[in-house]
Design a protein around this ligand. Structure first.
Ligand SMILES: O=P(O)(O)OC[C@H]1O[C@](O)(CO)[C@@H](O)[C@@H]1O
Ligand SMILES: [Mn+2]
Length: 432
């Protein structure tokens, strides 16, 4: 059963929030008219007009529950999108012609972002313009305090990391996992573009956030990494993959975690997986990834620039690698990765631990189904396990698994709005 009942957060998103996001995108293009003229002359302004009419048509389709239409652009993934539309048409319990209000929330929301991409990609010379760039940069700049606090904390930690015993290392890992988890609160699609930068110091608030962690498998993450290190051989490096989510403060928290994994020698290499097109407003593209590291490297704050320079070095040495496979911006949930993107699945199989950031990844891990909350995480993964994996996600949608029997009811009693609120289930699943 897909999330679509009228009361559900899914319905509220499609009816109210997605049109808001589209309106912001149209407004962004209007506000860049002069820039397009300066850069590209009349051609730039005409392209902007065409893109705006594409987007206005899209918003009308969405708001009036029109059928989902096949993609007509020549982009490399459009055939996969159109095959998926056929799959939706032939669903046994489908409601006939796929449309915005009748089809699964996950599908139509992904489809909207892919149509936004098409509106730009089909209108050169503004085809490479990222309509979400401003919001992502603003999140970064407005989180400066928190970024300074985190970089300062981390550089202090690095000074004596060699003297830390196992217990102390474990404590630091747990802190940085939680900073990365809570960094996921700062996303712009959930806030529909409203400011969601990290204002408070990320390390101060960890203690009082503990009660909001619904599933906590940090111990398992620790023992998995310690064992991987023990079994490490000359040939086989310990590799951790971080499937990224949002740019801005969350990305900095992920980079700090990755640096800690290397500096503590818990891992030898970290692979980052970002998005190949602008996605869900604040998700990290290759440009965002490189821009963030450059911004830190050139910051006039000593510890920020130290981080940025070290991270540029990690990329140059190849101990950090950035990838952006197109699968991450398709509508498929991850149980179909092995057949839709076997190359990516094989790549993930090389990892000792996959860290999936954020709510959208969690929904794709669990098929975005209305699971009973106490269904085990392993079962909801529906045979997707290329490697041991862990989800670091703040709850922003209706899907939740892996709770203890009765835990869902308990939370419901104390906070009826908890689905789509801001508690943070934190779950590890190691392959059986
Ligand atoms: O950035 P995150 O954590 O993936 O959150 C994105 C989530 O926000 C939403 O847009 C909220 O509606 C969901 O559709 C999506 O899963
Ligand atoms: Mn996101």
């Amino acid at each position: 059963m897909f999330n679509k009942c009228i009361k559900s957060f899914a319905y509220f998103t499609i009816k109210d929030r997605l049109p808001q996001i589209l309106t912001r995108v149209i407004d962004t293009l209007h506000r860049h008219k002069n820039e397009f003229f300066e850069e590209h002359g009349e051609k730039g302004v005409e392209a902007e007009k065409r893109a705006i009419s594409f987007l206005s048509k899209l918003r009308n389709e969405l708001q009036t529950d029109k059928p989902v239409t096949p993609l007509e652009d020549e982009l490399p993934d459009s055939a996969l999108w159109n095959q998926y539309l056929d799959y939706q048409r032939n669903l046994p319990n489908g409601n006939g012609e796929p449309s915005w209000f009748q089809s699964p929330w996950l599908y139509v929301e992904c489809y909207m972002y892919r149509r936004i991409h098409a509106a730009l990609a089909q209108n050169p010379p503004i085809d490479n313009f990222d309509v979400f760039k401003e919001g992502k940069a603003q999140n970064f700049f407005e989180s400066q305090e928190a970024i300074i606090a985190l970089c300062t904390y981390f550089q202090e930690l690095l000074k004596n990391i060699k003297d830390l015993d196992e217990k102390q290392l474990q404590e630091e890992l747990f802190k940085l996992l939680q900073v990365s988890l809570w960094g996921n609160k700062c996303d712009l699609s959930f806030s529909a573009g409203e400011d969601s930068s990290q204002k408070s110091s990320p390390l101060q608030s960890l203690e009082n956030m503990i009660p909001y962690i619904l599933v906590n498998d940090m111990e398992k993450v620790w023992s998995l990494l310690v064992n991987a290190k023990k079994n490490r051989t000359e040939r086989s490096n310990v590799r951790v993959d971080i499937i990224l989510d949002n740019a801005g403060f969350e990305l900095v928290s992920d980079l700090v975690l990755a640096d800690f994994l290397l500096s503590s020698k818990l891992a030898d290499e970290v692979y980052f997986h970002g998005k190949s097109i602008p996605w869900y407003v604040s998700d990290t593209t290759k440009h965002d990834f490189n821009w963030t590291i450059k911004q830190l490297g050139s910051a006039n704050h000593m510890w920020m620039s130290r981080c940025g320079i070290n991270w540029e070095g990690n990329l140059k040495k190849g101990v950090w690698v950035f990838r952006d496979h197109m699968f991450w911006t398709l509508p498929h949930d991850f149980s179909s990765m092995s057949e839709v993107a076997p190359d990516l699945y094989a790549e993930l199989q090389k990892s000792n631990l996959l860290l999936f950031k954020g709510d959208l990844n969690y929904r794709k891990l669990t098929g975005d189904r209305k699971w009973e909350c106490s269904v085990p995480f392993h079962q909801a993964l529906n045979k997707f396990h290329p490697a041991p994996l862990c989800s670091l996600r703040t709850l922003k949608s209706d899907t939740q698994v892996g709770l203890k029997p009765g835990q869902g009811e308990e939370i419901q009693a104390s906070d009826p709005e908890w689905m789509g609120g801001c508690s943070a289930p934190f779950a590890l699943r190691s392959t059986g």
